[in-house]
Design a protein around this ligand. Structure first.
Ligand SMILES: [Zn+2]
Length: 593
């Protein structure tokens, strides 16, 4: 559904966008011949099967079958609707799209997401203006006290929500922004008599952006003594807790350059590192680290240095994170700042280079865990707990070699026989779901001949006009492929040119889409003569297949009629068969059965 965005604009965006650049924002790609390959962001894998082809401006994963053009990529990776993906890419490529008028479409779910993001952007501007106005003095003083530099404040678009019930509400109302959208964004809260009031009051505001830079939520830090100290937007159509990493959008390029990411817990830890000129850093937004966050980070790097507090809570957080790191095939380092320093104090006392050095020489999380977290032992109870914890960790390690190494070290540390540990692990460990995504895929068979013909049409758009003229679709035995053929006939006859990858990208996901993408990916160049031969061969084979099937059915009917001794029916079927044979001869050349 293209809706209100003109086709010429979509073409312009497509011609300006480069799929390699776009995908590179989310996936680390390596050149491989004419293509680029990387680890698929849509399924878990250790060897790259995710392929981007600049020649065809498409991507395809040979592991999970996901694929398509630039828009399909944006839709999938950002969970965007089609118009949203177009707008996003339009902004990036500098193509101006006419503002749309309010329409019924505004009310559907897809545009709700767009609207929430829009209201969040507007709110971010409002909060930022407040911070730098006389009303924001207190908040500015607070930031000064924490010594956050102004350029960092502006980089992260920090803002201030003044004390009061309707600052934001009035601001939005003046701009004619529907308040119910602001409510769904979690910025306004219903009060008595169904009136709405500001959720965030007297708080320093942190816009939370997704990996594409869209404001999806806010975090608010109370600058007075009240509770709670931190408050986040509730979940909405665009914001799900534990799926984003604070700062990722601004850090991703530097993460790639440095080859690793620094992971901290809070907004201020992150900003203090920025203060010191260390910008390849992301924060978990105050909640415990999740597997989804690890997967997200895994799109940019497989090396992470996590900063933990040296206290008991930090130790627990490390233990929890270690399992996630192991499960996500992520190489983690545990960085513990000495003497209770926070990153900022540390940099001030010893300098940026010293901090980077500390990070570079930090022990791997596994080492740290075995040496320190497990080090606190002695009593039988403590040993038993350590054993239980490490067993639950071992289960996360997919790689057998690494798993056995870990088992060896744990057994040495605890003085337990390795074999006992191993048998305990295999007893309780679920079968490893390696390549689960690939296995989960339906093995539904798709008629290869019919699919081939559809593919041939797509690669020779000048022949698409012929679909309406021939009756070949009547010989299709798969209703789905027949419908697709009919659709193809109508889509392409009107337009001047035909974009096969775009057409396939727009199909509902399933084995047909997947197989067509793979064909588009693999296809080489045939000369015209070759192509014509392929066409006529495929058409012929489809017809033969159809006749074979009709003959088979007829034969079964005859057997049934003979068994029943129904002679009249037999004669009827026989003449039907003769007609069929005659028809077949005229339709299919060189038939021999
Ligand atoms: Zn994949």
């Amino acid at each position: 559904m293209k809706g209100h965005i003109p086709d010429v604009k979509i073409e312009e965006i497509k011609s300006r966008a480069n799929i390699v650049d776009l995908v590179s924002e989310y996936v680390t790609l390596k050149k491989a011949g004419r293509n680029y390959i990387g680890l698929c962001p849509f399924h878990k894998e250790k060897t790259a099967s995710f392929t981007v082809t600049p020649d065809k401006q498409m991507f395809y994963c040979f592991g999970c079958g996901e694929g398509g053009n630039v828009f399909a990529f944006l839709m999938k990776i950002n969970q965007m609707a089609y118009p949203e993906a177009i707008r996003h890419l339009a902004r990036k490529t500098g193509v101006a799209i006419p503002e749309r008028a309010a329409s019924r479409e505004e009310e559907d779910r897809d545009s709700l997401r767009e609207q929430i993001i829009h209201v969040n952007q507007v709110a971010a501007i409002h909060y930022s203006n407040n911070l730098f106005s006389p009303g924001g003095k207190e908040a500015q003083a607070y930031l000064k006290k924490r010594e956050i530099r102004e350029d960092v404040i502006r980089e992260f678009r920090l803002g201030f929500a003044p004390d009061g019930w309707r600052h934001l509400k009035d601001f939005l109302e003046k701009r004619k922004i529907p308040l119910n959208i602001a409510e769904q964004a979690g910025l306004l809260v219903p009060g008595r008599e169904s009136s709405l009031y500001d959720r965030f009051r007297n708080r320093l505001m942190f816009p939370i952006e997704d990996a594409s830079g869209r404001v999806i939520a806010f975090g608010g830090r109370n600058i007075a003594a009240g509770e709670p100290k931190y408050m986040n937007s509730p979940e909405s159509a665009v914001y799900v807790k534990g799926r984003n990493l604070y700062g990722l959008n601004r850090a991703k390029e530097e993460i790639r350059r440095q080859g690793y990411a620094i992971l901290v817990e809070g907004y201020f830890d992150l900003m203090q590192l920025w203060n010191a000129g260390i910008t390849h850093v992301v924060a978990t937004l105050g909640t415990a680290l999740t597997g989804e966050q690890i997967d997200l980070l895994g799109r940019y790097t497989s090396h992470v240095a996590a900063l933990f507090d040296p206290d008991e809570a930090g130790k627990k957080a490390l233990e929890r994170s270690l399992g996630l790191f192991l499960a996500g095939n992520m190489h983690g380092r545990a960085v513990i700042l000495p003497g209770g320093y926070d990153p900022d104090d540390y940099v001030k006392a010893f300098g940026k280079e010293s901090l980077l050095d500390l990070i570079a020489h930090a022990p791997s999380m596994v080492d740290y865990y075995i040496e320190n977290a497990m080090g606190d032992r002695g009593t039988f109870e403590k040993d038993r707990e350590a054993l239980r914890n490490s067993l639950s960790l071992i289960r996360h390690i997919e790689n057998a070699v690494e798993r056995n190494l870990f088992i060896k070290r744990v057994s040495e540390k605890l003085g337990v026989d390795q074999n006992i540990l191993k048998s305990e692990v295999s007893r309780t460990m679920p079968a490893f779901a390696s390549g689960a995504a690939a296995q989960k895929r339906q093995a539904t068979s798709v008629d290869a001949l019919e699919l081939n013909l559809l593919h041939l049409w797509m690669t020779s758009p000048e022949k698409i006009a012929m679909i309406a003229e021939t009756d070949i679709l009547n010989y299709f035995m798969s209703p789905d492929l027949k419908a697709l053929g009919e659709k193809l006939g109508t889509v392409a006859t009107g337009a001047g040119h035909f974009d096969a990858v775009a057409f396939i990208s727009g199909l509902p996901s399933g084995p047909v889409r997947e197989k067509l993408l793979k064909k588009a990916m693999d296809e080489g160049f045939h000369d015209e003569l070759m192509r014509d031969r392929l066409f006529s061969d495929t058409v012929m084979q489809i017809k033969r297949k159809w006749y074979r099937e009709v003959h088979r059915k007829l034969k079964a009917k005859m057997v049934k009629a003979q068994e029943a001794g129904d002679e009249a029916r037999c004669r009827e079927l026989l003449s039907e068969k003769e007609n069929l044979l005659r028809e077949e001869k005229s339709q299919v050349a060189g038939i021999n059965e």
